[in-house]
Design a protein around this ligand. Structure first.
Ligand code: SAH
Length: 367
């Protein structure tokens, strides 16, 4: 799939798939210097201009050279769904007809966008509906970076996205090359200009790629742990057979995290499976000595799985156990369940079909 990067119809390269160094290297032979390339970058990422002719501070001959070789893509909207709790789900159609999703979650001062990195997912975690799709394809850098751009454009002037979490459809580290280009687009001040402190990549635990990410970027890392023994984790997360829990935890201890950084451990709580105090005690033991934050996610129930969400008392008991032992622990409140935008509900086949029917009536609008 990597060979496809940056190439779209008519053999033209999509400028949205290029980091700034890549753009500069590609355009220098056409007569662009750093200043002109920066202007072009700003037209694309700051002003959302896709027609070269509108780029008035670039000379006519250069504009024509660009138009002959390059294109600037955009995700098409396939529907916007507003939840009762203020969460908004954006459904996008890719140029080859796939549907992907982003979820915008307001929370006090924060406005967090959860973005997708693949169409479907190959990790096949048993509890997660995205896994049912299998992996269709990797998203290209421009498709990953266009999600916050398109969402921002539709926000009222007094609102802006404050945080990006790569916790939508897909396994970000299974699409590593495209991911790091997209991160570059998020962080570049002439593109989307997010602080690395506000961007989080979440993974099932692809150990070598985790090491690379921490060495090559400064963004935050989240690990979906979800279980506390090898057997328990392998039962729900097949990746455990490739990278064991022991190997994952050893890597987490050794990662050269920068000053003050901590790894977030996500722990999806499933009734009768991993929600007992014995589980909590094992979790505390696993994370002792790790610079960790724990995020408990009570399971979001769905018609496709028998799995149940623990009752509130069980979640509270588990939470309190960890707090009492000094772990920085939070419980993720479910958001957007009524529009199938909650964790693990993205891309579920029925949900997608339902939404598709609804989106025919609401393309481009808030339904
Ligand atoms: N593949 C990456 C990015 C996706 S993040 C990763 O797994 O980290 C999606 C998060 O939602 C993961 O932490 C996953 O464990 C969690 N999740 C999946 N299905 C869920 C469900 N039904 N209820 C609650 N959380 C779920």
């Amino acid at each position: 799939m990597d060979g496809e990067t940056g190439v779209v119809a008519e053999g033209k390269v999509d400028l949205k798939d290029l980091s700034f160094p890549m753009l500069l290297a590609a355009l220098e032979p056409l007569g662009f210097d750093r200043l002109r390339a920066t202007r072009l970058y700003k037209w694309i990422w700051k002003k959302n201009v896709r027609d070269f002719e509108r780029m008035t501070d670039i000379t006519g001959p250069l504009r024509r050279k660009l138009a002959a070789r390059y294109t600037i893509s955009a995700l098409g909207s396939a529907g916007v769904f507003l939840s009762e709790d203020g969460t908004t789900k954006y459904l996008w159609r890719t140029h080859d007809g796939y549907l992907i999703e982003s979820v915008l979650i307001p929370d006090g001062e924060r406005l967090t966008l959860c973005v997708s990195t693949q169409v479907g997912c190959a990790m096949a975690c048993t509890f997660c509906l995205t896994g049912d799709l299998g992996l269709k394809r990797n998203l290209l850098p421009g498709e990953i970076a266009d999600q916050p751009l398109q969402v921002s454009l539709g926000l009222p002037p007094d609102q802006r996205i404050t945080n990006i979490v790569m916790m939508g459809m897909g396994e970000p580290l299974h699409n590593y090359e495209n991911l790091v280009i997209a991160l570059d687009l998020y962080l570049n001040q002439d593109a989307l200009n997010f602080s690395h402190r506000k961007v989080t990549v979440s993974t099932v635990g692809l150990v070598p790629a985790m090491r690379r990410l921490v060495a090559e970027t400064q963004v935050n890392l989240a690990v979906s742990l979800n279980a506390t023994t090898e057997a328990q984790r392998a039962e729900v997360m097949p990746i455990t057979r490739r990278y064991s829990l022991a190997e994952l935890m050893a890597a987490c201890r050794e990662l050269p995290l920068r000053h003050r950084k901590r790894i977030t451990f996500e722990y999806v709580m499933m009734a009768g499976f991993n929600d007992s105090l014995e589980d909590a005690a094992r979790l505390a033991e696993l994370l002792t000595g790790v610079r960790a934050k724990i995020n408990l996610i009570p399971y979001n129930e769905n018609p496709e799985r028998e799995i149940r969400r623990p009752d509130e008392a069980a979640v509270r008991r588990f939470h309190t156990f960890l707090l009492d032992r000094g772990f920085c622990t939070s419980v993720r409140h479910t958001r957007g369940r009524d529009i199938s935008a909650a964790c693990g509900q993205l891309g579920g086949p029925d949900a997608l079909a339902r939404r598709l029917r609804r989106s025919r009536d609401s393309v481009g609008g808030v339904s």
